[in-house]
Design a protein around this ligand. Structure first.
Ligand code: PLP
Length: 398
């Protein structure tokens, strides 16, 4: 083996890490579309089932294409292990349900992706798990909440859609002092812009559907950690016996996604930074929320814990829902869609889509207003994007 391997930088790892080349010496990773595996002898099968021989036995447990994706992402994250899942929500539910039992308590930030919020506030309590929500920005709220015995802490930063930043270093200290486990949903930042494990998190999860595929093709998810006992005692048995495994075909798509991840995230972030500047100076925009822009209330913290401001820009147009609708109706390149992290620029009106289920009061407490729009910036030419936004805003009679 080449002894320089451990010194590879991120861009190199994204292209080469984890490749398991078969006897045919293919360039691109092979797609092992197989559910099962054969044994040369009954003794071999017996040994495999005793767990004495590391080999593939069934694709609900593991599959070579899925392994390649897991190993590549683990190395990128700086994690000892990665378990791929069929979607981001399969990752979220597997992490929580494999650890928490009746009588346990979970504390989470209230600004969460809708389905994560559903699991935490609706599903877990059905199984006797107590859940408490706090304002993730306020360390005092965490301190108070963690005075009561807690098993897990779950957060998303930057949050959806207001892009609040949670201080992960400070929160991991509070969490560990309370003897709990810190879980971070890192989908918005992507593994390139924020490394929660380095900031003290115990588990990181992804919706790989977002930046990792980033081309609107497939669902996927991942769970990453350095905690071996969590893998052996909780995550692996859960995955093997309940079946949220990632399909080999989707793993192959995601492997290809990783190869261009740094190019896509860098370009989209560059575009987002320019659009944030345009929006911050526009008279028809009443508020801009972009972690990479100096006007963001937590810009300093964002600069400390993220490499860049990310690919999502949230802003508020003057004139409420009507203006917001008229604006997005008049966009040409930027498409109306609730997905994000895509090569195509996508925009959504959270009040009537992703956060529609919440009451007006709940939305208000999260800072979500009727004129608010969440823009996921893509890879288009920046001049075209700027013109699209200017034209859309020109159509508003304010
Ligand atoms: C999309 C998303 C999820 C859910 O992932 P799926 O792949 O859609 O299941 C969870 N958390 C965040 C922050 C997301 O953006």
């Amino acid at each position: 083996m080449n002894s320089n391997k451990k010194n590879w930088n991120e861009a190199t790892r994204l292209v080469h890490e984890g490749s398991l080349r078969s006897q045919f010496f293919e360039t691109s990773e092979a797609l092992f579309l197989t559910s099962g595996y054969v044994y040369p002898s009954p003794e071999d099968a017996e040994e495999a089932f005793k767990g004495n021989r590391l080999r593939y036995v069934y694709s609900r447990y593991s599959n070579p294409t899925v392994t390649m994706f897991e190993n590549r992402l683990a190395k990128l994250e700086g994690a000892n292990w990665c378990v791929a899942t069929a979607s981001g929500m399969a990752a979220c539910f597997s992490i929580l349900a494999s650890q928490l039992v009746s009588g346990d308590r979970l504390v989470a930030s209230k600004a969460l992706f809708g389905s994560c919020l559903f699991i935490i506030t609706e599903l877990l309590p059905r199984y006797g798990i107590q859940t408490t929500l706090v304002d993730g920005k306020e360390l005092n709220e965490w301190k108070n909440a963690l005075k009561t015995k807690t098993k897990c802490v779950f957060v998303e930063t930057p949050s959806n859609p207001t892009l609040d930043i949670i201080d992960l270093s400070a929160l991991s200290q509070l969490t560990h002092k309370a003897g709990a486990c810190l879980i971070v949903d890192n989908a918005f930042a992507s593994p390139l812009l924020q490394k929660p494990l380095d900031l003290g998190a115990d588990i990181v999860m992804y919706s790989a559907t977002k930046h990792i595929d980033g081309q609107g093709r497939t669902l996927g998810g991942a769970i990453l950690s350095n905690n071996e006992s969590l893998l052996t005692n909780n995550i692996l048995p859960w995955m093997r016996h309940t079946g949220p495994a990632l399909s080999p075909f989707n793993a192959w798509v995601l492997l290809k996604g990783l190869e261009t991840l740094n190019l896509r995230v860098s370009k989209a972030t560059e575009n987002a930074t320019k659009l944030a500047t345009l929006l911050s100076n526009h008279p028809k925009i009443s508020k801009l929320l972009y972690p990479g822009h100096p006007t963001h209330p937590q810009h300093d913290l964002a600069t400390e814990q993220m490499k860049k401001g990310g690919t999502i820009v949230t802003f508020e147009v003057r004139g409420g829902k009507k203006s917001a609708f008229d604006f997005i109706r008049n966009l040409d390149i930027i498409k109306i869609s609730n997905n994000l992290g895509d090569s195509k620029s996508l925009i959504t009106h959270p009040t009537t889509t992703t956060h529609q289920r919440l009451s007006q009061k709940e939305r208000k407490s999260l800072g979500i207003t009727n004129g608010m729009l969440r823009l996921s910036v893509g890879l288009e030419d920046i001049e075209d994007l700027e013109l699209d936004i200017k034209t859309g805003l020109d159509c508003l009679s304010l």
